[in-house]
Design a binder for this molecule. Structure first.
Ligand code: AHR
Length: 547
């Protein structure tokens, strides 16, 4: 890695629209080079990129594998409450403070009949679920999910079926959830014991409808019209709901960007946002199995955000519309080992072990990078969902008797705990290293320079606290990061921790649950310049009181 050139990348005076803090020069086109030395970040209160909508740090729960059954819901377990909800899971997710939870899918939703999952439990049908070839008992459905959201203190983000489902069924679902009373579907909810409406504000109009794997897969024009029809009817019920159209499900889709443009050309006036999805991995095709390339993948996510944002702006301009869409990155994570084949086929079983990805240290570092990217792009991306939250490609895993925190839990929990207020527009510079395009899948093939350090920060003007989230991509050496405080005076380091280790491939297991866990990082003394010593291949957080 060190053989790559050591130049310093300077990203000064970055505007809101495109540039990323300590991001690659070419990908963002705003960088110049500066002299060698420690990396620098200039922190200036009042210089913000965006107000932080906490929904940016949401998660996702799908009827898939063991996510719901034996995860969230396990009646009969010693750990279950009177409703059958696992209380250890509730306690953990509540403590994390996940702001929004997408449900019920995912691919699952494109074949889901929401009516199967409401009403008396003994009348609910057991069906063969076709996205994951699993047995779905429907003992957990929308009303249970809403109860569970209340228990964990999260907001629901519901998706409805626009695959095998019709706009009429989708609109009926919105009516069931949100209309107070006096109509067919609202009265059905009341009959089911839910007098008050669920008041769900955020809705996904289907899932990944560009994918040939999706039930009801269709062309962009067909989907765009279907979404528009559903959205227009929903507006009759409530003009204020936030409606998210399905964007491209990956950057490698042959229709990437064209799909998004065509969908929006059909439904721009009726929707508020478009979705982005992507999963990343350290594989021969994606990174050449090179961890240095792997740790730069959050910059690929950043590029995707800018590209999809540009498509939205294009359609806005073509339509002469005053409305600017926001983005919903409602599926993102590392996912490459437990993928396809037996990992994705439930063989008709109930709660099969599917997509049970085991996360290691380098995955956690990259997840930290993704969180930095989302924070930097918070002006455009309003909702983000780590996919997923439990058992299935997840930071948390249940056994019959306990709950395991995988490595990726830590960066996510830090962002949830410490990132507050407004995202700072940092001025930053760092040495960089080269990554190579040769041999990689086209959407990840780049000859670029990548900064060793990647930093994002928030400032809460209410209490003066600053949160710094720092990724050191250097696989060989510790790196220094000097924070220059301009108009804020740091008075105390409240918290300072790092996630690192000798083995990038180390993972937590039920037998060894703390192989990858945070440890204290020696904080610099408060002063006008504070220099952090960031261990090689690490992700660190600092919370600092300022006045
Ligand atoms: O999160 C797992 C799956 O990945 C989701 O069901 C689908 O939307 C995506 O392809």
């Amino acid at each position: 890695m060190r053989s790559a050139l050591d130049r310093r990348t300077f990203l000064g005076g970055l505007g809101k629209a495109g540039a990323a803090v300590l991001a690659s020069p070419v990908w963002h086109g705003r960088a110049a080079f500066a002299a060698a030395g420690p990396a620098h970040v200039v922190v200036q209160g009042g210089r913000y990129r965006a107000e932080l909508d906490r929904r940016l740090l949401g998660a996702f729960l799908e009827h898939l594998g063991r996510a719901i059954y034996t995860g969230v819901y396990e009646p009969g377990s010693k750990l279950a409450d009177s409703r059958g909800f696992r209380s250890d899971v509730i306690a953990e997710i509540k403590a994390m403070g996940v702001p929004i939870m997408r449900y019920p899918g995912g691919n699952f939703v494109s074949g889901y009949n929401w009516l199967d999952g409401v009403g008396p439990k003994d009348k609910r049908p057991t069906v063969l679920e076709r996205a994951w070839n699993s047995l779905e008992t429907n003992q957990f459905g929308t009303n249970e999910f809403i109860d569970w959201c209340k228990a964990v203190g999260t907001e629901p983000l519901l998706a409805f079926n626009l695959g095998t489902g019709t706009p009429e069924q989708g609109v009926a679902y919105v009516e069931y959830c949100n209309v107070a009373k006096g109509t067919k579907w609202s009265e059905l909810r009341r009959e089911h014991g839910y007098d008050a409406p669920h008041a769900v504000r955020y809705w996904c109009l289907g899932n990944e409808m560009d994918g040939p794997w999706q039930m009801g897969h269709m062309t962009a024009r067909e989907y765009g019209r279907k979404a528009r029809d559903a959205a227009r009817q929903i507006r009759v019920l409530d003009r204020e709901l936030q409606l998210i159209a399905c964007g491209s499900s990956n950057t490698i889709m042959p229709t990437y960007l064209v799909w998004d443009r065509e969908v929006l050309e059909e439904c721009y006036d009726q929707v508020d946002a478009i979705s982005l999805h992507n999963y990343y991995g350290n594989t021969a095709a994606l990174t050449g199995n090179d961890s240095a390339r792997y740790l730069a993948m959050n910059l690929d996510m950043e590029r995707q955000i800018l590209e999809i944002g540009a498509v939205c702006d294009y359609v806005q301009a073509i339509r002469r519309s005053p409305k600017r869409l926001w983005l919903s990155f409602d599926e993102w994570n590392v996912w490459y080992r437990a993928r396809g084949g037996r990992f994705a086929n439930g063989q008709g079983a109930f709660a099969p072990r599917l997509l049970e990805e085991e996360y290691n240290l380098e995955d956690a570092l990259l997840v930290g990078g993704f969180l930095n990217t989302l924070l930097r792009q918070a002006e455009r991306v309003r909702v983000g969902c780590l996919a997923q939250i439990l058992n299935v490609i997840a930071p948390l895993v249940t056994s019959e008797t306990s709950l395991l925190r995988q490595s990726i839990y830590y960066p996510y929990a830090w962002a949830l705990k410490y990132a507050r207020g407004k995202v700072l527009d940092l001025r930053a510079e760092s040495e960089s290293y080269a990554i190579k395009a040769e041999g990689l899948r086209p959407d990840f093939a780049r000859d670029e320079l990548v900064p060793f350090l990647d930093v994002a920060a928030t400032h809460d003007p209410q209490n003066g606290q600053v949160c710094l989230l720092m990724l050191n991509r250097d696989l060989v050496s510790e790196r220094e990061l000097a924070i220059d405080w301009r108009n804020l005076t740091p008075s105390r380091v409240i918290a300072c921790e790092t996630l690192t280790g000798t083995d990038l491939k180390a993972a937590n297991t039920f037998e060894q649950p703390a192989r990858v866990a945070p440890r204290a990082l020696e904080p610099p003394r408060p002063g006008s310049t504070m220099t952090f010593k960031l261990p090689k291949h690490s992700y660190s957080v600092a919370q600092i009181a300022t006045s």
